[in-house]
Design a protein around this ligand. Structure first.
Ligand code: DX5
Ligand code: ZN
Length: 219
């Protein structure tokens, strides 16, 4: 099934709850929550208190993207704050297998994110353990960047690896996704789509519905 994960990094934080309810009303299945620590990535966004307060606004899957150095330090805290799916960067973890195991032990869904220049091979032996692999299609740290075209090739290569093992691991694509390139991204093999600016610039309800229309058509 194809799912949409709108990134609230592009939301208007003065009315975040209301905007999250609009996503819900339009039918987006996930809420993408970008946590940045100013170390792994240059920028700082928000953390547990924000997640805890928006948990009351939505029952959708909270897809928490940790752009954080040594994220194993915070897994329990994010589980308690209300994360359903916790994604850590392969580049930020010294003991990735152990970190994924710790996420699963808490009963959460586990994801591994790869920066644009990291090959899909990096997660090959973890595919059985993770629920999702996220391919970054921009360098993490900021919303509103341009989609890096070679990501399409990476999606196809990762999909081949997953199919070869007979697995159903989700492939999420994050960064620079819009209504013009989303069909190519789905066709390459992705099934969880993150979109920030393409959802929150303009009419949120209408943008979300447009994305979902394409996602459902290509399901
Ligand atoms: C980038 C974040 C993305 C970002 C996506 O570091 O991980 O989730 O918010 O925003 P857009 O869709 O605007 O590129
Ligand atoms: Zn993200």
């Amino acid at each position: 099934m194809n799912c949409l994960s709108p990134s609230i990094l592009a939301a208007d934080f003065s009315c975040l709850g209301e905007q999250i309810r609009l996503l819900d009303e339009a039918g987006a299945q996930y809420v993408h929550i970008d946590v940045m620590d100013g170390m792994f990535v240059p920028s700082i966004s928000f953390g547990m208190p924000v997640i805890r307060s928006i948990r009351a606004c939505s029952d959708r899957i909270f897809d928490v993207h940790l752009m954080v150095a040594e994220p194993e330090r915070y897994i329990e805290a994010f589980a308690e704050a209300g994360a359903d799916l916790l994604t850590v960067h392969a580049e930020a973890c010294c003991h990735l297998d152990r970190t994924v195991g710790a996420i699963k032990e808490l009963g959460l869904l586990a994801g591994v994110a790869l920066n644009p220049a990291t090959p899909p091979e990096r997660v090959r032996y973890l595919l059985e353990k993770v629920d999702m692999v996220m391919l970054m299609s921009v360098n993490p740290g900021f919303g509103g960047q341009q989609f890096i075209p070679y990501t399409l090739r990476k999606i196809r290569e990762l999909k081949e690896l997953i199919d070869r093992e007979g697995l159903k691991t989700d492939i999420e694509v994050d960064g620079g996704v819009n209504l013009d390139n989303v069909e190519d991204i789905l066709a390459a093999g992705a099934n969880v789509i993150v979109a920030g600016n393409a959802i929150f610039q303009g009419d949120i309800l209408e943008n979300t519905q447009r994305f979902l229309h394409i996602l459902n058509r290509q399901a």
